[in-house]
Each structure stands twice: as structure tokens, then as C-alpha cells.
Design a protein around this ligand. Structure first.
Ligand code: GLA
Length: 742
């Protein structure tokens, strides 16, 4: 198919006359070309003769930088009829009639916006990080937008956002204020998006984009990803594959309402706009105040999703996730073991289990607080963060000490942004609760959301964490949960301050970030797990403050193989917490093997395990400690896709290619499946190195069919592979591949 880009065509003669006219007026000389370049990719921005900034190319970088100025000559983008689809940041109300990236009402009520290029700077922040800042101004109104592009050169990752400011006499209303507005001219576009529900996170959906706008959004306020996720895979010209083709892995790093719009335009090109969801969120911006949009973050690769993921993971570990290159704590959690039904003795007994298993930490989950309204179910107590004196008469401090006696660290669950109507907090501070004063309350898990736009509420939430650490300096871990969406969005605080209610969704999230800034200023290192009734909140803005997140309450290991596969496109294993629980009918070995592909934890009564099972767990935890570094910090290669095969395989390899861990699982329990016929081809090894393959996590009493005496070249393991011999009696196999030095 031939693409038509334009409506206007000049004959050669007229073109010459036109160019001469432009040159005479010195206009050609003013054309500014701005390459936003990583190692392999360039997004090329260029002004036209009217100083409109346009995206004229998005693809592989050119060898000769000087040739960028000529790229746009090869396209015919200008069109007088419908506006300019490839504007780099499309305003509303003047020449543009397509979906805008920004829409405003000026102080005088005028609704027109035009943005023209003013200036730009490019600075090398570090060896590998380049920041380009482009200033656009409205020629009529004192209104400006700065586009910022932070390029992580080696990783081919771009983080971009927008800063909006004005100097008009009164406030300006921002109706739409996107983070990114991209334009692609490749041939076909395939989009994978992720749809969620409780315990059913990351269900992917892939479709070829057709004309019109496809949007993915959230209007939930908090726990924003409960139904749809701001992550996506976009592939060009062909469906995304692991090793081939141009792909983008993108995410809007915003923990509230988001909107991603993919529009195949009349030229069959793709316009992409991402940002905070404008839904019920008109923002009234005061003079000389900067409105900074969230970041849109994306990794680009020409070699498929495998390379894009590895680059994104490496970016996340190095530049984004709190302590991304550090260590994590293995743990035993009591949630599924006890739910709300525990006391001091029951919990103390679990410290011994944690020690027996060989994990680093014990995590006390929900149910430890509330006195007037004890937290004995999810119906009451949320908001009253005092130890329940019946369950824990000697307080948290006692538990921290008891755990320490067993050589185990202690962590605790909180859900500080929420309140049950059955709580002292609700009775005392109804004004802190997000609710419509004149309407019946609507609950999600019997609770309501506190109004984080209110600085007093921010202090309260910070105070919960602060008090825990002040009283228990040895507290080693926190699980920060967020189980509810926002219904009846209304803030008493904003009303009192005469601020628009439409600020609530945004200021809620900004308030949350302010609290987390304070937490991290005072407690920079303590690991904190991000949880949102499962995976309602894994995003790269929150992960600046958190060391890890809880992908789902669904811990059935078979389900987790699929879910973790999908999460793995976007997140490195070091940030995903996987627990062994009673979900699923698979063997303990299968469960532990699956949970080992991330940060390993347990949520069981170890004392209820069969002796062999306990022995296996202990050995497997020991093994995990020996290879966790490879899983946490190594490169991930997805080898066999569980959606397309009867077994799944993936591996992690150290950067020096000296060690790898390969996970293999049977994902089809139909009796027709006998055994792996073909070997699994490994990846990421050094063709010239020699390796030994050993099976780990053998169940007590069983023997391995893997011959450890044999030595294989990396070349062999990658071209022929190794057969893990998966079958109905051998449903999960963990292999350690180690370099053999001469
Ligand atoms: C949420 C979390 C669970 C657990 C419960 C406690 O559902 O996802 O892991 O912490 O809350 O109420």
C-alpha cells in the first residue's frame, strides 16, 4: 500500500519559485532541526516556515547527523485542509482540528491556543543521559509550553514530559494537558494493551490499529490500574515478536487517571497522545506557576520485545526504581495463613517458621490495629493505626524483638490512604474523607479514600509511617496497600479553599507523591512494597519511592507463569514480589520454582508442610539465595511463550555471561502431553564460552535427567539448546548454567 501524506503538490517549477521566495525572505535559514537521539533511534523534530514544530521522522538514527536537515524534504507533510497531524504538541482552538494534546481557556475566556517554536537547548546531563528542552510560545497570549525529552542513550529509553506556564492576568484553565504527542509514519501498527481485574491482572489484548481513535484510560482515581493498565506494546509493520521488528514498550508514569490515545489518521499514520485523563480534571493554573505533566516513558528497539524489555529493565534498575541495583529481602507473610485471625502467640510462632525456612523477614499483614473498632475483618478499623491491644498486648515493638531473637527481620502492612466508616478516624475527621456530602456513600471493599489534596491528611499519612519507624527503629519493611477506587469524588478541603473540585484527581496523586517524598527523605533505604489489592498500582512514578510491587493476589503458580510473562515486558524481576501460597493445586516444588522468578516470598504455615516439602523449601530457598543475584540483576530472555506452547521457558543471564538460570514449566496438564520433544534454545550466552548445566531445586528423593558431566559451548546451547525433559511427572525444572573456565 502506498501512503498518501499530503494534499498539496507543487510542480517542480513552482517549487523552485517558492524556495527562492523563502530563501529571499531568510525563512529557510530559520528552519530548526532537533534530533532527539538515542544510540539506535531518532525522533526528528523540525520547524516549518511558520515556526510550527513537527515530528518529521521516528526511526533508526542516521550515521550522518548533518543529513537530518534534509529528511523532511523526502516527505510531503503539509496539508492546508485538515490541519497538521504531525505537530509535535498539538494545540486546540486555532489551526488544528484533530485530537489536541493541549486545550486551554485563557484568563479572558478565549479558547484559542497556538504554539510556535521559540528556542531549545540540549544538555548532556551524564555520559549516557541527554536532556532536550524546547520552548513553544503562543504568539498572542503570554502562554508557554516546554517540551522535555530525557534520553537514556545506551538503553534507547526516552522519558518525556511537558511543563506548562503562563503570565496572563488571571488563572488559565487547562482542559487537556498531555505528556506526549508522537507521530509515526510506519506502515501498519499493532497495539497490545493490558486489561485487569482483581486477581486477573495483565490480560493482554493485541489488535491491528485501524482508522479512528483507540483509547485506553482510567477514571478510578486511586487503585487506578484496577481495570486497565497504562502499559502497552506498539509494534510497527508487523506484530511484535521477541527478536524481530521495531517495537515500543511504553508507560505513562502516573498513579491516577490516565488516558492513552492511538489515532490512525487519514494518511494511515499514527498519532499518539498520552497524559493525565482530562476527564473531570480541568486544572486552574495560576500565573507563573509551572504545571508539570507526568512522564511518558518508552523503550524502543528494532530487534523485538526481548531487547526492548532488557533495555527497559536495565534503565529501571539503574535510573528509576528505588535501590534498583540493590538487594531485596525474602520473606514469610501471614496474610493467607491467618487472614485477620491471629494474636501475638500465633504470630510469634511464625517467626520460627521464617527462621526454619531460611527467609530474611517476617511480614505482618492486615489486622493488627484498631481498638474501638478492631480490624477483625475488612469492615472496620481502617484509619485507626494503633495496635489492637487484645491481639497484640505488647505492641509491635515486642514482635520486632521476638523476631530478632529468631534472627528474622520484621515488616508490617499499612493502608494509610484509606478509612473504614467504622473507625474512630471517620468519626473524628469526616472532612478528611473523599465523599459527596449530600449523597449516600459508595464503598469499595467497605472503605473510603482519604483526601490527600489536604495537607493535614498528607501529614496524617506521613505520620503513620513516621510513628512506626520512630517507635520501632528496627522495622525493616513495609507493605503499603491501596485497595479502593474513588467514588463520589468531592473534597471538603478544596471546597473550603475555594479551589475547583476538578483538581481533586490530580491533587490526590500529587499529595501522595509529596508524602512519599517526605518518607524517603527521612527513611531513604527501607524497602517498601507497593500493593494495590494486587497489581493496581505498578507504575514507574511510584517505583521511585518503592523497592518492589505486588503484581496480583492471584498466586496460583500456573496463572502466575502467564501473568509474570506479561509483567516481564515492562518490569525487571527485582521489582515483582512472588509468594508461595495455598492457591493452585500444583506441587510445592512447582510453586517455589515459579515464585523464584522474582522476589521470593511465602505465605503459608510452614509447620503444615509435609517433612519432604519443608526440606524441599529450605533447600530451594538456599538455592535461591545462591542465584537471586542473577534473577534480580541479570538480563531476561523469554525463550518459550506459554501462550503458544505446552511449556514455558525463560532465563536470566549475568552481564558477563558467566552464569544463567533457566526456568521451565509445563503449562498444559492434558494427558496427551508426554515430554518435551525438542530442546529449549538458550539465549544471551557467549558462543565462545563453555558451560556446565546443572538442575537445581530437585525434590527430595528424585534424580535429575540432566547430565552434569557434560560441557557445552554457548554456541551449542543457543543453536541446539538443552532439553529440560519436562513431562507430566516433571512439571517444573530449574537449570543453572555456569561457565567452565579452562
Ligand atoms: C489486599 C492485598 C493482600 C492483603 C490484603 C489485606 O487485598 O492485595 O495481599 O494484604 O489486602 O487486607
Amino acid at each position: 500500500m502506498i501512503k498518501k501524506h499530503t494534499g498539496l503538490h507543487f510542480s517542480f517549477k513552482y517549487t523552485l519559485v517558492f524556495l527562492a521566495f523563502l530563501a529571499f525572505n531568510g525563512l529557510l535559514a530559520q528552519q530548526v532541526t532537533i534530533p532527539i537521539s538515542s544510540e539506535a533511534f531518532t525522533m526528528l523534530l523540525q520547524t516549518d516556515e511558520d515556526k510550527l514544530l513537527k515530528t518529521v521522522y521516528f526511526g533508526e538514527s542516521l550515521v550522518n547527523e548533518s543529513e537530518y536537515a534534509t529528511v523532511s524534504d523526502m516527505y510531503h507533510f503539509k496539508d492546508n485542509n485538515i490541519g497538521i497531524g504531525n505537530a509535535t504538541y498539538t494545540p486546540a482552538g486555532t489551526w488544528n482540528l484533530s485530537e489536541p494534546a493541549i486545550q486551554v481557556i485563557h484568563a479572558d475566556g478565549n479558547t484559542s491556543l497556538d504554539l510556535r517554536y521559540e528556542s531549545h537547548t540540549t544538555t548532556l546531563l551524564e555520559d549516557n543521559i541527554r536532556l532536550t528542552s524546547i520552548l513553544l510560545k503562543d504568539p498572542v497570549y503570554a502562554f508557554q509550553v516546554t517540551l522535555l525529552y530525557k534520553v537514556f542513550i545506551k538503553e534507547n529509553v526516552i522519558e518525556q514530559w511537558t511543563e506548562i506556564k503562563h503570565n496572563e492576568k488571571k488563572k488559565v484553565t487547562l482542559q487537556k494537558f498531555s505528556s506526549a504527542n508522537l507521530y509515526f509514519t510506519q506502515k501498519d501498527f499493532y497495539l497490545t494493551t493490558y486489561h485487569n481485574q482483581w486477581a486477573k491482572e495483565m490480560q493482554h489484548n493485541t489488535a491491528k490499529l485501524t482508522r479512528g481513535i483507540r483509547s485506553v484510560d482510567s477514571k478510578l482515581g486511586a487503585r487506578a490500574m484496577l481495570l486497565q493498565s497504562p502499559n502497552f506494546i506498539l509494534s510497527f509493520d508487523q506484530q511484535a515478536s521477541e527478536k524481530e521488528g521495531m517495537v515500543i514498550l511504553g508507560q505513562l508514569a502516573w498513579s491516577g487517571n490516565f488516558k492513552l490515545e492511538f489515532e490512525v489518521d487519514s494518511y494511515d499514520n499514527l498519532r499518539f497522545i498520552a497524559g493525565i485523563n482530562p476527564y473531570a480534571s480541568e486544572y486552574s493554573l495560576a500565573k507563573d506557576t509551572v504545571f508539570k505533566t507526568p512522564s511518558f516513558i518508552y523503550a524502543i528497539s528494532n530487534n523485538g520485545t526481548g531487547e526492548a524489555s532488557r533495555n527497559l529493565h536495565s534503565w529501571a534498575r539503574k535510573f528509576r526504581v528505588l535501590d534498583g541495583e540493590g538487594e531485596r529481602l525474602t520473606l514469610l507473610n501471614n496474610w493467607e495463613a491467618t487472614y485477620f485471625d491471629f494474636d501475638e502467640d500465633k504470630i510469634s510462632a511464625l517467626f520460627k517458621d521464617a527462621k526454619d525456612l531460611g527467609v530474611d523477614l517476617f511480614l505482618l499483614d492486615d489486622g493488627w490495629f484498631g481498638n474501638k473498632y478492631p480490624r477483625n475483618s475488612d469492615k472496620s478499623g481502617l484509619g485507626d493505626w494503633q495496635e489492637n491491644v487484645k491481639k497484640l498486648p505488647h505492641g509491635i515493638g515486642y514482635l520486632v524483638k521476638e523476631a530478632k531473637k529468631e534472627g528474622v527481620k520484621f515488616g508490617i502492612w499499612i493502608e494509610p490512604e484509606m478509612v473504614n466508616p467504622k473507625s474512630e478516624l471517620y468519626e473524628k475527621h469526616l472532612d478528611w474523607v473523599i465523599r459527596q456530602p449530600e449523597r449516600p456513600e459508595v464503598y469499595f471493599r467497605n472503605q473510603l479514600v482519604l483526601d490527600l489534596s489536604n495537607p493535614e491528611v498528607q501529614d496524617f499519612v506521613f505520620g503513620i509511617v513516621d510513628k512506626l519507624f520512630i517507635e520501632n527503629p528496627e522495622l525493616a519493611f513495609i507493605k503499603w496497600d491501596c485497595n479502593s477506587v474513588i467514588y463520589n469524588a468531592h473534597s471538603t478541603y478544596l471546597e473550603g479553599k475555594d479551589l475547583p473540585q476538578s483538581h481533586l484527581y490530580i491533587e490526590y496523586v500529587q499529595g501522595l507523591y509529596k508524602v512519599l517524598e517526605r518518607v524517603r527523605e527521612k527513611y531513604p533505604k527501607v524497602p517498601i512494597m507497593l500493593c494495590s489489592g494486587g497489581g493496581g498500582r505498578g507504575d514507574y512514578e511510584l517505583l521511585k519511592y518503592f523497592t518492589e510491587f505486588w503484581p496480583s493476589d492471584d498466586t496460583d503458580p500456573l496463572e502466575r507463569i502467564f501473568m509474570q510473562w506479561d509483567y516481564s515486558y515492562f518490569f525487571p524481576s527485582i521489582v515483582t514480589d512472588n509468594h508461595v501460597t495455598n492457591w493452585g493445586k500444583q506441587s510445592v516444588k512447582y510453586k517455589v520454582d515459579v515464585a523464584s522468578m522474582g522476589k521470593l516470598g511465602f505465605d503459608i504455615f510452614a509447620s503444615e508442610l509435609e517433612p519432604k516439602e519443608l526440606l524441599f523449601c529450605k533447600e530451594a530457598i538456599g538455592n535461591y539465595h545462591s542465584f537471586k543475584d542473577v534473577v534480580w540483576h541479570g538480563d531476561l530472555f523469554r525463550l518459550m511463550n506459554p501462550y503458544k506452547n505446552e511449556s514455558a521457558a525463560l532465563m536470566y543471564v549475568t552481564t558477563d555471561k558467566s552464569k544463567a538460570i533457566v526456568f521451565n514449566y509445563l503449562v498444559n496438564n492434558r494427558v496427551s502431553f508426554h515430554t518435551n520433544i525438542e530442546p529449549v534454545k538458550l539465549d544471551g550466552l557467549d558462543t565462545t564460552k563453555q558451560y556446565r548445566v546443572k538442575e537445581l531445586n530437585l525434590y527430595p528423593g528424585s534424580t535429575s535427567s540432566i547430565d552434569t558431566a557434560r560441557i557445552y559451548s554457548g554456541d551449542f546451547l543457543m543453536k541446539i539448546g538443552i532439553n529440560p525433559n519436562i513431562n507430566l511427572r516433571r512439571t517444573s525444572v530449574v537449570l543453572e548454567v555456569t561457565e567452565v573456565k579452562n
